[in-house]
Ligand binder design. Sequence first.
Ligand code: BF8
Ligand code: SF4
Length: 626
Amino acid sequence: MERTIDEAAREMLRVAKERNLSTAWDRRDQQGVPCRFGVAGLCCRICNMGPCRIVEGRSPKGVCGADADTIAARNLLRMIAGGVAAHSDHGRDVAHTLLQASQDGDYQVKDPLKLRRLAYALGLEVAGKDDHTLAREVAEKALAEFGRQDGELRFVLRAPERRVERWRRFGIVPRGIDREVTEVMHRTTMGVDADYRNLILQGLRCALADGWGGSMIATELQDLLFGTPSPLRGKVNLGVLKPEMVNIVVHGHEPTLSEMVVLAAQSPELLRLAQAKGAKGINIAGICCTANEILMRHGIPVAGNFLHQELAVMTGVVDAMVVDVQCIMPALSDLVRHFHTVLVTTSPKAKIPGAEHLEFSEERALEVAKEIVRLGVENFSRRNGQVYVPKETMDLIAGFTAESVFYFLGGRYRATYRPLNDAIIDGRLRGVAGIVGCNNPKITQDFSHVEMAKELIKNDVLVVVTGCAAIAEAKAGLLRPEAAFELAGKGLQEICEAVGIPPVLHVGSCVDNSRILITLTNMVHEGGLGEDISDIPAAGAAPEWMSEKAVAIAFYFVASGVFTVLGSPFPIEGAPNLVRFLTEELEDVVGGKFAFEPDPIKAAHLMLEHIERKRHALKLPAPMYA
Ligand code: BF8
Ligand code: SF4
């Protein structure tokens, strides 16, 4: 199997081989054939009577009597809880940061208009309050959602009425964010919930507490603090690293840190220091979701997605790699020892043996960020001359949001979803699709993301992307407006040309998948495409997923009524009833369901077939350019 489709990555993998440096791909090979019980979801180590394994014919049940469906469902639920916890803890941190925002502090309110809209959505009295008082109240209200004991999460009520009714009917409206995570952990301990259907319902409720809770809080409050993105130009891939400059790579997730690093790198005193060290300036580049955050708000270049983190270090020009939380390979600390790069951990939640730890705090945000940048600048003169920077870069447009895309589609002065809905209704567009999620060394890097997107846009489906999928599409050039003429069908081409957008729209980081939920809701409200998200000709996919966070995302999309295709199955294949429930029966419950399909073209066609079914149900005409 090819490791990657990315020329820059290929080049760096050659360097890795020459220098005998281990990468995620090598370690994946060293793992050999994975344990078949793990793959099938048939291993349980929840209690000390086990670990138990389900073997057909010999041991169909665990010591306690749990069967394959129970065991696989419990394991899957714990993955959901892990993902929800990660996104939501990020959301909580952002709310804490918002609490600190003040006129003269490091963090300020950057989008007062959105502040007012959000305060209103949270049920706050808006009139007569200044921005920072209101921001405080929004932060407190948001924080209360985590510990809420009863009732319903406020943001859930932003979903279409039909959707909320459906959730109420099945008892899956999340109460409090932390409560749902805790309840998953409780119900999956030994001897509690043994009914895979009942377990999955709780999994859906917990996931909804992410999409319409923790992640949505993260996205919305980040917009308040750092500004709501609007489309801008940027560059991606390892060629954005500059041998003649100090390169500081920020990797991880929370813009609370990366925003400050961006600011610190503009400080005259550090720029002077960089010059004194012989550097032409300070270059900041991003990896993973924090890259998406600072790309879409500042146009900061992106060094790459998840599987690029080790490759970036191997260029030999990364003076500091600054990380916070999530998707940071512990392998980095071994790797940096072969280079001059200093790896800086910044979160008390995420330390790595061998890394330098410089703890970030909101109270001293800019000060700590400057210390971190200084570390990088001082390290510039320790470079040892071995430089392998690939030349690859690609232009892109990023920074679309539920607000801004349709600001464009609606014309400069009228934010409306009408043109988008009309295009779907008259058949110029077949529908919309989201491609999200990670890289995974089990799958050729970026291949599935890119092939799937190409197939969809060729068939007049407008594609939105987030996270590492967004970076994959960007590297392949699909976030350029020109890509519409090269690759899109005639209908999508017309729209892209009229509005000046690429056929694949970058809508942000992984917590920004909540922007897609709001977009779909706005489409419902605009009218003509049914009354619920599940009526819209839309589909989702995570073709190269690896993280528990992707499981949480997939579950909240399905729970919100979206047909979602995964490039590799959940570890549940040994549990036939559970598989049937998730891939068939669930549609009757939430209007969405899962499919598993490794071939990205076949997966795209599953999505297209679903979109056709939805068009048919809405009695829409055949696509204009079939
Ligand atoms: O949160 S797509 S590899 S970086 S988990 Fe991680 Fe997956 Fe990338 Fe962003 Ni999302
Ligand atoms: Fe085995 Fe049941 Fe304990 Fe799991 S919970 S380890 S299946 S006895």
